[in-house]
Design a protein around this ligand. Structure first.
Ligand code: FAD
Length: 290
């Protein structure tokens, strides 16, 4: 059985590429072509995200299998348990395992935005938090599990320490690796790792930084608002200066990501998880610069 921990070895920097299911077949064809270009960098794995509340359930399943078959790259799938009950989780994950994918990024996901006065109720026989999903996947057996970590704290968490204790619950439940939310200031990541080790997340559980080479200001403002990551002022000013030149803006994103990755590499991170936005250019340029 392939395990996430197999990829993170001393003296090696493992790259992974996160992609999302495109809306149509043209998008899928373009994505597969992008991944084939990125294959020259010998990624440890490609991971396919899962839409909020299971909105891309079948698309994620189908895309993960196509990535595996058409690129030959090791593939992982994301799964969010919000809105799902245990039986449906089991049949979904087992279907992918039978088809040859046993690497899962296990998440709680986000509840839908409800009208005022209505609160989200988790399904009977469902899960409240990702640590419960991790424990359940361990019971089903045959999966290697990655979980999400938040260098700047998760948006809902009352404080960073509480959030870290909740991360530890996921690790204690059986997660093999932590992939982090994107961040733009490495200090947040180094501080997060130090605090994680201090509260007892063992050294043999790799904490892998998530890096997104920014494409444009509007898009990154939307993304950071949704996930709670901070966009440093100097970086957003630089992007703003190039608002009318998409290529110049993309270059600002690439240069920033190169700076982050050089330092992360020099400080010995086990790997880098790239949020590729389904494109090969920027991620390729960043890795080439390393
Ligand atoms: P949890 O770990 O359950 O944490 C959620 C919140 O609850 C946190 O504030 C935490 O501190 C708190 N908490 C956790 N456990 C407990 C507990 N036992 N008791 C009390 N409080 C607790 N979203 C998607 O929809 N699809 C994707 O494919 C996807 N991929 C992602 C990949 C990565 C690498 C990352 C970093 C995020 C991804 N997300 C994805 C976003 C993620 O779904 C959201 O951030 C979501 O709000 C939290 O999911 P989680 O698994 O981190 O939840």
């Amino acid at each position: 059985m392939v395990k996430f921990s197999d990829f993170y070895r001393p003296g090696r920097l493992a790259y992974s590429f996160e992609v999302y299911p495109p809306k149509d077949e043209t998008g899928v064809v373009n994505l597969i072509a992008a991944l084939k270009r990125l294959a020259v960098f010998k990624p440890a794995f490609v991971s396919v995200t899962y839409g909020a509340m299971g909105t891309t359930r079948d698309l994620t399943h189908d895309l993960a299998l196509r990535v595996l078959k058409e690129t030959g790259l090791v593939t992982a799938f994301h799964f969010t348990c919000v809105g799902a009950d245990r039986d449906s989780v089991k049949s979904y994950v087992n279907r992918l395992k039978t088809a040859g994918i046993n690497l899962i990024v296990a998440l709680r996901g986000d509840a839908p935005v409800l009208e005022p006065g209505r609160t989200y109720v988790r399904p009977a026989n469902g899960f409240s938090y990702a640590n419960e999903l991790v424990a359940y996947l361990k019971e089903i057996d045959g999966f290697s599990i990655a979980v999400a970590g938040y260098p700047e704290g998760h948006l809902e968490a009352p404080d960073k320490e509480t959030d870290l204790r909740n991360l530890r619950r996921k690790v204690d439940s059986g997660a093999d690796v932590v992939l982090t939310q994107l961040f733009f200031d490495n200090k947040d990541f180094f501080d997060f790792v130090a605090r994680a080790r201090k509260i007892g997340i063992p050294e043999n559980v790799p904490i892998v930084p998530g890096i997104m080479p920014i494409l444009n200001l509007k898009q990154i403002e939307k993304i950071t608002k949704m996930c709670g990551a901070r966009l440093p002022k100097e970086l957003s000013d630089n992007l703003a200066k190039n608002q009318n030149d998409p290529e110049a803006m993309r270059k600002v994103g690439v240069e920033h990501a190169i700076g982050q990755c050089r330092e992360l590499k020099a400080r010995g991170v086990p790997g880098i998880h790239f949020y590729t936005l389904n494109r090969s250019e920027s991620t390729g340029e960043v890795i080439s610069a390393l």
